[in-house]
Design a protein around this ligand. Structure first.
Ligand SMILES: [Zn+2]
Length: 138
């Protein structure tokens, strides 16, 4: 990953400190909930494009838990005040990369779901379970 430019404004550095890149809490709670519901999956499947956070291999459903900051969620994804151009370019690259890995997974017959980190675990799990059910039935 590129290093963010310095200096960061304080709001941005505070936000980054709250943003671990993997094994984040929303991911962990979602996995726990899916497991509780009897869904089985692989974590960060290394053989798949983008190493999905959750891969339901039997039904080929890949789930990414997107961070609000890095993936610019409409509710929380504000652009930092300093070095706006650097951040804009960085976010644009993230979007491109997301699209590329979604396409690559689609070509392999996978269905891709994106979940926001701010999304309540229950509703995120419902979305995954609905897709899982649909694919199991077909
Ligand atoms: Zn958000």
């Amino acid at each position: 990953m590129d290093h963010p430019p310095t200096p960061l404004d304080t709001a941005t550095s505070a936000r980054l400190r709250r943003q671990p890149r993997s094994g984040t809490k929303p991911e962990v709670t979602l996995r726990r909930e899916l497991h509780r519901r009897g869904l089985r999956f692989r974590v960060n499947h290394p053989g798949l494009p983008g190493r999905p956070d959750i891969a339901l291999t039997r039904v080929k459903v890949a789930v990414f838990v997107d961070g609000c900051f890095w993936h610019r969620c409409p509710e929380h994804g504000t652009l930092p005040h300093t070095n706006r151009e650097w951040w804009q370019a960085k976010f644009d690259r993230n979007v491109d990369r997301d699209r590329a890995k979604d396409n690559a997974l689609g070509e392999l017959g996978w269905h891709v779901l994106h979940v926001w980190e701010h999304e309540p675990t229950e509703s995120a799990a419902d979305r995954v379970e609905t897709e899982w059910r649909r694919r199991v039935m077909s």
